[in-house]
Ligand binder design. Structure first.
Ligand code: NAP
Ligand code: MG
Length: 408
């Protein structure tokens, strides 16, 4: 009695330990329960090299076509990996390639389990970071200045009209220093805002935007204005109906508010703030093996989920030597359930929604009852009766636990 899923989902396979666990997840939690068409792309590094990375581009296009993708962790090659895999080229990060094609916002959210202690004790509910993953420092020009002199930023309009030309004095250097020019676009900020509001509604979470608009009156002021206008024109009544709110805070106020809070909201961050704050939040909640990441387009339709961690190379090296590892599969499992929940949302498939939620609830309850991998075990109070499980035992026992919950 498998659950019928009307539309396909796009699966992207990956590398190393994450790939090994990925195989177990499909074998124990997906194939036995779902009648689903999976559009498969092997993004393992060998295959990316073999296809000259065309496979990554094809996968991204398929996600746009089918609206739902689930991705395993993949190696982003560096010099060492070039040698290890005898690569033709140092291929770009698949996540970057996919993000550039799909053009969405990244939301990162921890999986909360009461039994697992958090560094910040009052964080009872997830804090979801929405990162504007476009431009700012990541596409800026920075440089050093060796001599005395004046630094300008000069805007020359394409039509060369003198009227629209602008020249800003940045600094008059009397001694060596450094400088930078950076930008963003209204269109990208607007789409970021739209993604955030749509996701707030989907999650039924309040939304907070942080900026430093007291200092960057035009730059950060633009974020504040765009968010406010969009909220007033399209979202205010929807938010009120759901009893959630939208507010802007100065980033310093926001940081202290977050630390004191119980969680349960979305924090919209500019690109650099999101990079830094998401690692801070992940650590505050406990383990990398419990952090998920999704990419969502501004219309709230196209969705890709994955675990926030990498391919867990250190564990894979042991696995290859035949040593049994205790790697946490939870974020990888939740990347599947989240993708399935989005498929259920788009297709209005109640059975699929129920199944995905049951897998998530069962997994949390399973850990609450003291079944955990090494990373979680070492976070909890030391207890002599408690032992940690290796990866495969964790998965097999969880499958039996789930079977009892589902009744089949
Ligand atoms: P990583 O795979 O996230 O692992 C770093 C360390 O974090 C592990 O050695 C392990 O610590 C711990 N850890 C991470 N996930 C865990 C889990 N599920 N269960 C238990 N422990 C876990 O990062 P990395 O070693 O820096 O990167 C390895 C490869 O992944 C790189 O080639 C990188 O390019 C790639 N990467 C891919 C993505 C992606 O596809 N989204 C993201 C990041 C990195 P201990 O060894 O102390 O147990
Ligand atoms: Mg970072």
């Amino acid at each position: 009695m498998k659950i019928k899923v009307d539309n396909p989902i796009v699966e992207m396979d990956g590398d190393e330990m994450a790939r090994v666990i990925w195989g177990y997840i499909k074998k124990y939690f997906i194939y036995p329960y779902l009648d689903i068409k999976i559009i498969y792309f092997d993004l393992g590094l060998k295959n990316r090299d073999y296809t000259n990375d065309k496979i990554t581009i094809d996968a991204a296009k398929a996600i746009i076509k089918y609206n739902v993708g689930v991705k395993c962790a993949t190696i982003t090659p560096d010099k060492k990996r070039m040698e290890e895999f005898h690569l033709k080229k140092m291929w770009k990060s698949p996540n970057g390639t996919i993000r550039n094609i799909i053009n969405g916002t990244i939301f990162r959210e921890p999986i909360i389990i009461n039994k697992i202690p958090k560094f910040v004790k009052n964080w009872k509910n997830p804090i979801c970071i929405a990162r504007h993953a476009y431009a700012d420092q990541y596409d800026s020009v920075d440089f050093s200045i060796e001599n005395k002199g004046k630094l300008y930023i000069h805007f020359i309009p394409d039509d060369l009209s003198k009227y629209n030309e602008k020249k800003f004095t940045i600094h008059h250097f009397k001694s060596p220093g450094i400088g930078m020019g950076m930008y963003n676009t209204e269109k990208s900020i607007y789409n970021f805002a739209l993604s955030c509001f749509n996701y707030s509604i989907y999650k039924k979470y309040s939304l907070f935007l942080s900026t430093k608009n007291t200092i960057l009156k035009y730059y950060d002021g633009k974020y504040v204005d765009i968010f406010k206008d969009l909220y007033k024109s399209k979202f205010e009544s929807k938010f009120k109906k759901l009893n959630i709110k939208y507010e802007h805070y100065l980033i310093d106020d926001m940081v202290s508010k977050v630390i004191k809070s119980n969680g349960g909201f979305i924090w919209a961050c500019k690109n650099y703030d999101g990079d830094v704050q998401s690692d801070c939040i992940a650590q505050g909640f406990g383990s990398l093996g419990m952090m998920t990441s999704i990419l969502l387009t501004s219309d709230g339709k196209t969705f890709k989920s994955e675990a926030a961690h990498g391919t867990i190379t250190r564990h894979y090296r042991k696995y290859k030597k035949g040593i049994i590892t205790s790697t946490n599969p939870i974020a990888l499992l939740f990347s599947w359930t989240q993708a399935l929940k989005h498929r259920a949302f788009l297709d209005k498939n109640k059975n699929l929604k129920f199944f995905s939620e049951t897998v998530e609830k069962s997994c949390k309850e399973f850990v609450e009852r003291g079944n955990m991998t090494k990373d979680l075990f070492f976070l909890t109070e030391k207890n002599n009766e408690l032992k940690y499980l290796d990866t495969k035992s964790f998965i097999k026992k969880l499958k039996i636990f789930l079977q009892k919950k589902l009744g089949y």
